[in-house]
Design a protein around this ligand. Structure first.
Ligand SMILES: [Zn+2]
Length: 374
């Protein structure tokens, strides 16, 4: 049984023209196998196209749809090992495109290549199949790009450094490096020397913004779009708004109050971020380890921390001076009582004792009569 196809007018590469012949061979095998009840797993397929063999034997590449669909069909019905190479000289398929010139060619066309008469173990068709070339046009290149949340580095800083000042300085130096790198490409001069107050302040603003963005992502996005906050948002009760630098503040009705802007509109801070803990710690140590309510009041001059008490308690748990101060002395275990104190039904004064232990108040005579503990 033989089948031929005419090359389509649409220009196709040689390997793409050869691949349908492999699929056609499979189709013929499916028909014959079904009709003659031959197990397809015992059939061996030969092709003289090295490229087609490479495609079929490839386990790692993803192909374009044209090749991928055909490989899928081949591998659904056959195993890779069933596909072997046959040299162009021994391949009788070419005779279907022109008339055999002599008897030998006619015999080869009808009987197939001579090695088929040998035992399959003696076939010289186990030609090593080379790996696909990198620039094969039919291989789809998949590029994986790893993206990282730009807010995460601030969390790393919080994990690395226990001091808010240190975090501020790290962010400020990074910011200066970026600014100087940009300045090299433009007319501006790079900044040198110690960090300035403005740089430290800008670094702190970045810390706050990134910390807020880690937890209040949806709320910030909603506010940027001038939409109403979702009903299930925990910030809804604060009527929050974004200031001109993008920090999230508490809204409210005390706009006319004669106090600072930062006190009227507190900066909202999430409870579960490390930078929030570092801010609480900074205020706690700067104010000489003040207690919970006082610290909360101090913080609320500038910040509103969600679940503030909980955050402060978690900071207190890590503060050794406070732990030492609030710890209670261990009560010593008392010895067992003597038998005469436990024996019932005895007349009074059967046992007597006097305790002279401890300081005694004595009268001291002098210019003035006074009492002292001695
Ligand atoms: Zn403390």
């Amino acid at each position: 049984m033989a089948k031929t196809h005419v090359t389509p007018v649409k220009g196709l590469t040689i390997p793409r023209l050869e691949f349908p012949s492999a699929v056609e061979g499979l189709n013929i095998a499916l028909v014959i196998g079904r009709e003659l009840e031959i197990d397809l797993r015992e059939v061996t397929f030969h092709t003289d196209s090295q490229t087609v063999l490479r495609w079929i034997h490839s386990r790692t590449c993803r192909f374009e749809t044209f090749v991928d669909n055909r490989i899928g069909k081949i591998l659904r019905n056959t195993n890779r090992t069933q596909w072997r190479h046959v040299s162009g000289d021994n391949n009788p398929v070419d005779f279907t495109t022109y008339d055999p010139k002599n008897v030998d060619e006619l015999v080869k066309y009808h009987e197939g290549p001579s090695f088929l008469k040998l035992d399959p173990s003696e076939w010289d068709t186990r030609k090593e199949i080379a790996e696909l070339e990198e620039n094969d046009v039919n291989v789809t290149r998949v590029f994986a790009v790893k993206t990282e949340d730009e807010n995460l580095p601030i969390n790393d800083c919080g994990r690395k450094y226990s001091s808010l000042l240190k975090i501020q300085r790290v962010v400020a130096w990074c910011r200066r490096f970026a600014t100087n790198a940009r300045a090299k490409m433009g007319p501006c001069k790079p900044t040198v020397g110690e960090l300035t107050t403005e740089e430290m302040s800008a670094a702190f603003t970045i810390c706050i913004k990134r910390t807020q963005a880690l937890t209040f992502t949806e709320e910030i996005y909603t506010l940027k779009k001038n939409w109403e906050l979702p009903l299930n948002s925990s910030l809804r009760i604060f009527s929050p708004f974004l200031d001109k630098v993008g920090q999230l503040h508490v809204g409210g009705r005390i706009l006319q109050a004669p106090v600072d802007y930062s006190t009227k509109h507190l900066i909202l801070l999430p409870a579960n971020q490390l930078v929030t803990q570092r801010i609480v710690w900074e205020h706690h140590t700067r104010n000489l380890h003040i207690k919970l309510e006082r610290l909360l009041t101090e913080l609320r001059i500038r910040y509103w921390i969600i679940s503030g008490r909980k955050v402060i308690k978690s900071v207190f748990n890590t503060c050794w001076p406070c732990k030492r101060r609030s710890s209670k002395p261990i009560q010593p275990l008392m010895a067992s009582l003597p038998v005469h104190r436990l024996t019932p039904y005895l007349p009074p004064f059967t046992y007597t004792g006097v305790d002279y232990f401890g300081p005694l108040t004595v009268r001291v005579d002098g210019r003035e009569c006074r009492h002292e503990k001695r």
